[in-house]
Design a protein around this ligand. Structure first.
Ligand code: MN
Length: 718
């Protein structure tokens, strides 16, 4: 088992002495918190955070990262709180531990391949600081190294997730050793038989290959020395998983895999051109295989891997794979992003080169530009690539990606149109949230539906995805039309009944055709929709049938003209049937509705719709089939009359005070009546013009505050 002194020794070799104190403190804290906990291996739990911290120290990462290695499971698995950690180790460490705790809550159910990339993106998006990801990878390395103690089910699950998510993440960050180790360990548990066979086969030829490797190394070193290049050559067996992948991809047996050993020329040079020179040396010794040369120096990989690759026909006519790189390129190839930080720290003279090197990485990771202190480099390396997306879970554990700012409505429509249309609410992580809730990374979202519920126009302001917006608009358009048609039919039938025309025969008549022709309509539904939304009056239609009332065609009685005319009735504006604009309406005199009041429409014969307050006694008793739902749809400001009754002390100045308050709310008084009730009090009846209920209520509150006022009441009518 690793000891704390090993970690401190390692840290001392590259960190300033004052950093060691914090690391030791984290060790003691972790030992205390995890005391009594045991791993499946039977070892004390502490061995796990210790090994993770050890891996991070081997990668020569900064003190905060190593401390986080010790504490990464503390909040999740012990009584430690984030506050404790912040108090003891500072904000930086607390931030990293918090990121890891959040990430540990993600459930990686076994995923199909198409989901894996989404998971990887999600993890990148959740790692606000790259060090979170490095600790997570170190954690995974140790968990994979000790996977034998888990039961077979868990072994497979964890191994699959490692292969699908964590090995590719290590690859993306260019940390090759982690990628290879994770792949081989995962392979061992996912395909134990293949792994066993392969390891036996590789072991069998080991001695033979050792001799062969020596031979090739010797030739290469002699040849490059001849032209003045220095460096080392290593010939290492490829990792099992890459051999296995090759056998699978090319459908070949093990004995057909010639290049089990990959050779690397690592030059003691900082010059790119020396690599090309070494390449020409190799190519002059052995014949290159066409099409196998790859120049990752001129064109580095996405993760900033740089090297020359070639395959040649070796001394015994066999294929030999050779990689050529400088020492710096090699460190990058093995340690990726972790090496970069070290370069900045230790060899500031290479900073310019470094900038060049991370050019590719910049595209992947956003780097803060004006960094003066290299220590801050890692912490400021933000994974910005996926910051415009959020990743959330369905209740089944599938991951879906959405643009940042998306809401449960977007989520619902992305799954099914019906789910969107009938959506009434949502649960996020099992708590009810409003529909305008902004989805966060890692949320589990569940949609609550109710049959018969419909989208509302407000959703257009809430939804973000084009799919959701399109579906909502479509529904509203369809709904508006359906409602207009129903209403139009209703109005037309009533008009016809009044004038003794049979609706049934009209719809089959020639008159209908002339209506179509005159208004360029194509169907009865078009006509009804036009009537329903007030663009064509029922009277006008019925005039086509009653031919002998020719003169009425020209001269309609005023009562039948829709009150849409702005001059005649400014009060018609600001109302729509749920979903329909441009409706013809009249405001009832009996209850004086103002915006903010709940309202209902009463379809009156030949006179359009009259608007009442929902609690108006006149509509309470009405036939329900003549009532329609209305809503306010204020686009321009209008004023609406309201009646107000104030009872106050009959004292000098009372009236002036009250009118002062009313006008202070920018409300106009149009009528006033004053009656004495008794010797003490008077009753004041005002008629005022207000914009909406809110303004009215504020004004009432203002009046009630006056000392002399006894009561204030909104009157149905005067
Ligand atoms: Mn852990």
């Amino acid at each position: 088992m690793l000891r704390i002194t090993d970690i401190l020794d390692k840290a001392e070799s590259y960190l300033p002495p004052q950093d060691l104190e914090g690391i030791e403190k984290a060790y003691i804290y972790s030992a205390g918190m995890h005391h009594g906990q045991v791993r499946l291996s039977g070892e004390p739990y502490l061995s796990h955070p210790m090994e993770v911290a050890g891996i991070l120290a081997d990668m020569e990462l900064d003190a905060a990262t190593i401390i986080t290695g010790f504490l990464h499971d503390a909040v999740e698995d012990t009584l430690a709180t984030l506050k404790d950690i912040e108090a003891g180790f500072g904000h930086d460490v607390a931030f990293l531990v918090d990121g890891l705790t959040k990430m540990s809550k993600i459930q990686f159910a076994s995923k199909e391949e198409r989901q894996a990339e989404t998971f990887r993106k999600m993890i990148l998006a959740m790692s606000a600081d790259i060090r979170i990801l490095l600790v997570k990878l170190a954690d995974r390395v140790h968990n994979m190294r000790t996977l034998e103690y888990q039961n077979p089910d868990k072994q497979r699950k964890i191994a699959q997730e490692t292969l699908d998510i964590f090995a590719p993440l290590a690859n993306r960050l260019g940390i090759n050793w982690i990628k290879m180790e994770l792949e081989d360990l995962a392979f061992r548990y996912l395909q134990p038989n293949e792994y066993d066979n392969l390891s036996k086969l590789v072991a069998k030829g080991r001695e033979e290959r050792k001799e062969y490797t020596q031979e090739v190394r010797k030739i290469i070193i002699e040849e490059i020395n001849k032209c003045g290049l220095k460096g080392e050559v290593d010939g290492r067996p490829k990792h099992f998983f890459s051999i296995y992948r090759k056998m699978q991809a090319q459908q070949i047996d093990f004995d057909k895999v010639y290049d089990l050993t990959a050779f690397r020329i690592i030059l003691d040079s900082h010059r790119d051109q020396d690599c090309y020179q070494a390449l020409s040396v190799v190519h002059s010794c052995w014949k290159p295989i066409p099409g196998r040369f790859k120049d990752y120096i001129a064109l580095p990989k996405m993760n900033n891997y740089r090297s020359l690759h070639t395959t040649v026909i070796g001394p015994h006519g066999e294929r030999v794979e050779i990689q050529i790189r400088t020492r710096e390129m090699h460190e990058w190839a093995e340690e990726g992003i972790a090496a970069h930080w070290r370069y900045k720290e230790k060899r500031p003279q290479y900073e310019a080169r470094d900038e060049e090197q991370i050019k590719k990485l910049r595209e992947l990771l956003e780097v803060q530009k004006d960094l003066t202190n290299p220590r801050e480099f890692m912490s400021n390396l933000k994974l910005a690539l996926y910051h415009d997306e959020v990743y959330v879970f369905t209740p089944n554990g599938d991951v879906l990606a959405f643009p940042r700012g998306s809401t449960p409505i977007d989520f619902a429509y992305s799954i099914h149109t019906d789910l969107g249309n009938q959506c009434v609410g949502a649960k996020v992580n099992r708590s009810i949230v409003p529909l305008k809730y902004e989805l966060q990374n890692g949320d589990t979202v569940e949609i609550i539906t109710q049959a018969g519920r419909h989208p509302s126009k407000d959703w257009l302001k809430i939804a973000k995805t084009s799919r959701a917006l399109q579906k909502i608009k479509h529904w509203i358009t369809m709904e508006e039309r359906t409602r207009s048609i129903d209403l139009g039919r209703d109005m037309l039938e009533k008009e016809f009944r009044k004038r003794g025309i049979k609706y049934g025969s009209f719809v089959k008549s020639d008159e209908l055709k002339s209506v179509f022709a005159d208004f360029s309509l194509n169907s009865l539904d078009d006509l009804l929709a036009m009537v329903g939304c007030g663009k064509l009056s029922p009277r006008k239609v019925s005039n086509y049938v009653i031919a002998d009332l020719e003169e009425e065609k020209k001269e309609e009685s005023p009562a039948d003209i829709p009150v849409r005319d702005k001059k005649k009735s400014k009060s018609s504006a600001g109302i729509s049937l749920t979903g329909i604009d441009n409706i013809m309406v009249r405001f009832s005199k009996c209850c004086d509705p103002v915006p903010g009041d709940e309202i209902l429409g009463f379809v009156s014969r030949g006179r359009g719709i009259s608007v009442h307050k929902a609690d108006c006694p006149n509509v309470q008793g009405a036939e329900t089939d003549r009532l329609v739902e209305l809503e306010w749809n204020i686009k321009e400001k209008h004023t609406y009359p309201v009646h107000l009754r104030v009872v106050c002390r009959d004292q000098k100045g009372s009236l002036a005070e009250i009118s002062g308050v009313i006008t202070s709310f920018d409300v106009n008084i149009t009528q006033l009546r004053m009656d004495a009730i008794d010797g003490l009090n008077v009753m004041l009846d005002f008629r005022v013009d207000v914009h909406d209920l809110q303004q009215f209520n504020k004004m009432v509150t203002g009046i009630k505050r006056l000392k002399n006022v006894q009561s204030v009441e909104r009157m149905k009518h005067v």
